[in-house]
Design a protein around this ligand. Structure first.
Ligand code: NCD
Length: 386
């Protein structure tokens, strides 16, 4: 049941867009966070737990590599990227998908005057999946619709679209939050073979639960900190968190870099409580999670962010006395100075785990698009969950 979203009439446009990107109730292209229902998010989190455990030994990793070895992927990343590129390429490797890359348009026929649309049409003939990072908002979505009209439609995954969205990052962020907020201790890793210990809550020791608790994020305060206007990861995560009634969001940013009104309207429509703040220090003690972001000054038109005092959007060692015991510090990376490196050693620092979670989440997304999620789940239950 991935991607079934009941939209208000005012959201008709979004639901029309979602309908064009999904096939039935499942995402075919992954372009917008609004494509994911709560059920869909949770299925992906459960699948990520299964994939990481199955991959933990030789037989399991061989099984996973056989699931999609007949598919080929193109990583079309024409905006700078290291971790997202490597995360997707590692995810392809987990599933046995050979991949190729275009990262520099100056080496493609675009220098001969080919349009980008034609480049994507050509790529679509060689590959079964295009994973795309592009500086222009809406480009990945437009290409998805264009490919829908071709004889051999193939899925596009958005690995970052301008200042707009980065849905796979948001899915891995929510998976990280699940792991952070899950009960730890005896029930952790009961069905685990090998070194990795799962932390997603489970109803019994027979495996991963069919549902997460109804109130999972209820009463949790999640602060988004920094350049919220141009940070696409924040926008995508805010959309996903709207699936969780009872969550509270703090948007902590300089007035010039505050989150867009479109997100605030969406959050309001879903009845989510939020506050706008301009300084992290006074609110840090209220937070269960802080989502730190860097200044996105590559989008400056005339150096306008130089005059901003970004120090108020840093998390420092001095604040640690006020941290709640379960505070989780997240960051999509790359970081500059917004997290004091001395915090890296604290249990609150989750940003390195976030990177690893991303590899499993992206493998799960790709597996789900190609319909091998059921085979992976069956494999998990026959080998690991008893
Ligand atoms: C982010 C991005 O590219 O939007 N990085 C990432 O994908 N992990 C955040 C950023 O660049 O600041």
């Amino acid at each position: 049941m991935l991607g079934t979203i009941e939209e208000e009439p005012a959201q008709l446009l979004t639901s029309q867009r979602v309908a064009q990107l999904n096939r039935g109730d499942k995402p075919f292209h992954v372009i917008l966070s609004q494509q994911f229902s709560r059920e869909g998010i949770e299925q992906l989190c459960r699948l990520s737990e299964m994939v990481r455990r199955i991959n933990d030994d030789r037989e399991g990793s061989q099984f996973l590599r056989g699931t999609l070895s007949h598919k080929r992927a193109m990583l079309y990343f024409i905006q700078p990227s290291t971790r997202t590129f490597l995360s997707f390429s590692a995810a392809c490797q987990v599933l046995g998908i050979p991949y190729n890359e275009v990262r520099n348009p100056s080496t493609s026929s675009e220098v001969k005057g080919e349009t980008e649309d034609d480049t994507v049409r050509v790529l679509s003939q060689y590959f079964d999946l295009i994973i795309m990072r592009h500086p222009v908002e809406g480009f990945a979505e437009r290409m998805a619709l264009m490919l829908n009209g071709m004889r051999r439609p193939l899925p596009i995954i958005n690995g970052g679209s301008g200042k707009d969205q980065h849905p796979t990052q948001a899915l891995l962020d929510i998976y990280t939050l699940y792991r952070c907020f899950s009960p730890r201790g005896a029930e952790r890793g009961a069905a685990t073979r090998g070194s990795e210990r799962g932390a997603v809550p489970r109803a019994s020791d027979r495996g991963i639960p069919p549902r997460f608790p109804e109130n999972f994020f209820s009463g949790k305060t999640i602060a988004f900190v920094g350049d919220l206007k141009r940070g696409r990861t924040v926008r995508s995560l805010a959309y996903l968190l709207c699936r969780y009634p009872g969550v509270r969001m703090l948007f902590v940013a300089p007035p010039e870099l505050m989150i867009g009104d479109d997100i605030l309207e969406y959050v309001t429509r879903y009845g989510i409580e939020y506050e706008i703040r301009h300084d992290l220090r006074p609110v840090i003690g209220e937070c269960n999670a802080v989502y730190m972001t860097r200044l996105q000054d590559e989008w400056d038109v005339a150096g306008e962010s130089k005059s901003i005092d970004y120090g108020r959007y840093h998390i420092t060692r001095e604040m640690s006395g006020d941290f709640k015991p379960d505070l989780a510090i997240l960051h999509p990376l790359p970081r500059r100075h917004e997290i004091d490196p001395s915090l890296d050693a604290l249990p609150h620092a989750k940003y390195w785990e976030q990177v690893r979670n991303g590899m499993w989440m992206r493998a799960s997304i790709i597996a789900t698009i190609f319909g091998v999620d059921t085979a992976i789940t069956d494999h998990y239950h026959s080998y690991y969950a008893h």
